[in-house]
Design a protein around this ligand. Structure first.
Ligand code: MLT
Length: 409
């Protein structure tokens, strides 16, 4: 028998969302007439924007001609998309990002999972708790941790508790680490970091020669005066990498397109202590392991920056945020303690009657036929909390809230 990677065996049995789907399917099998409403995984439901559809159609037609046909594209993305991103996502907010610092990919899940590969096998890391599980699991797979304790925390990772008392914001690590994963607007708590908060992180990272891995996949959902990019913070170009995604912003969860920004100034060190540009390693990795996002997909992504595309995308974002508003007000009326949902498409709530997260999951599913995400699936500090996603059709969200308030209010 071939030797396996033992580090995978340290992982909890299943990835969170397939486990939720498994429990939901079992419930549906046992209760075939139940009309189950899904507010669990953050997956978009609105149809593709017409600007995107038309751009993708046109790209396919172009490829069906001898002159317009394209084979392998540049692994790091076509210039037309990298330039559009630099202009519309950064320059328009006064942020300097060069198109060459943008690497187009097939998703932020993959990017935030893969980035750890270019760091040393013994690189140290800190994560928020609760946390998007991908950051942790991929480092476990890579062998950077020991076994988990009974609360599910892996030895070797510094967990930064995000509690109600701290406004769900992580405190600075207690010791220097190489990498810190940050997510704002936050998945799962729906909270958002202020400029002062991010400035504190940049200052710490620079002082400790750490790199911030900043996940901004939900920046488009910010409604208040908060940074959309870590690069809005002075000095971040020397200490941060940013992840952005078209998934939730533009309905691309099934189409797949995202990007990562690695500034030219960002350096890591080799075994001898020499400074090496981080982007050089990511570029090397990308060119070895990836042949780029399909041309029609990149044309579709580019279309969200057209006048029409911008309007359509904003309308979709507004629709989801109106859902979040309905969830928040419905839950509050029913007596739930809620967080988030104002600058992020996730509402975080305290489970009622001292139920633990999975008990509430089961109660919600069996009594209200609504699926959400147990907070404990995101880490020990998520225990006793629960996440509802605002990515649903309005009628379903209204129905779900109605059922929840009737059942638990
Ligand atoms: C979530 O529900 O947390 C997200 O949909 C997961 C993801 O984007 O991979």
């Amino acid at each position: 028998m071939a030797r396996l990677n033992d580090h995978y065996l340290k992982l909890a049995a299943g990835y969170l969302f397939p486990e939720i789907a498994r429990r939901m399917d079992a419930f549906k099998k046992a209760n075939p007439s139940a009309d189950v409403i899904k507010l669990g995984i953050g997956d978009v439901v609105l149809p593709l924007a017409s600007a995107v559809r038309e751009a993708m159609h046109a790209a396919i037609d172009e490829m069906a001609t001898a002159e317009g046909f394209r084979g392998y594209g540049p692994s790091e993305g076509y210039d037309f998309l990298r330039e559009a991103i630099a202009e519309h996502d950064f320059a328009s907010r006064g942020v300097r990002v060069d198109p060459s610092e943008i690497f187009v990919s097939d998703g932020s899940k993959c990017d935030s999972a893969n980035i750890q590969e270019i760091f040393a096998p013994d690189a140290t890391l800190a994560v928020s708790d609760p946390v998007y599980p991908v950051y942790v699991d991929t480092n476990v797979m890579a062998g950077r941790t020991g076994a988990p304790d009974e609360s599910g925390r892996y030895a070797g990772i510094e967990y930064l508790p995000c509690t109600e008392e701290s406004g769900f914001l992580p405190s600075l690590p207690t010791r220097p680490v190489d990498l810190v994963y940050l997510c704002s607007p936050n998945n799962p708590t729906g909270t958002v970091a202020s400029k002062a908060e991010l400035a504190k992180w940049v200052e710490w990272a620079r002082a400790n020669e750490a790199i911030l891995l900043f996940d901004a996949a939900y920046e488009r959902f910010i409604t208040g005066d908060y940074p959309h990019s870590i690069f809005e913070i002075e000095g971040a170009r020397e200490c941060a990498i940013e992840f952005r995604s078209f998934s939730k912003t533009a309905g691309f969860t099934g189409i797949r397109c995202a990007y990562i920004v690695i500034p030219n100034e960002l350096m890591g060190r080799d075994a001898k202590g020499n400074a090496v540009p981080v982007a050089k390693l990511w570029s090397r990795r990308t060119n070895t392991k990836f042949n780029g996002v399909p041309y029609p997909v990149q044309r579709g992504a580019e279309a969200i920056y057209s006048e029409e595309g911008r309007k359509e995308i904003q309308a979709n974002v507004d629709y989801y945020m109106a859902n979040a508003g309905l969830i928040l007000s419905g839950l509050s009326k029913a007596g739930f303690k809620t967080f988030g949902g104002v600058d992020a498409p996730y509402v975080w709530l305290k489970t009622p009657d001292g139920m633990d997260s999975w008990q509430f999951f089961d109660a919600l599913l069996s009594k209200a036929n609504v699926v959400g995400t147990p907070g404990s699936g995101f880490g020990a500090c998520g225990k006793g909390y629960f996440r509802l996603s605002a990515f649903g059709m309005r009628s379903k969200v209204e129905e779900a809230i109605d059922r929840i308030t009737r059942t638990f209010g």
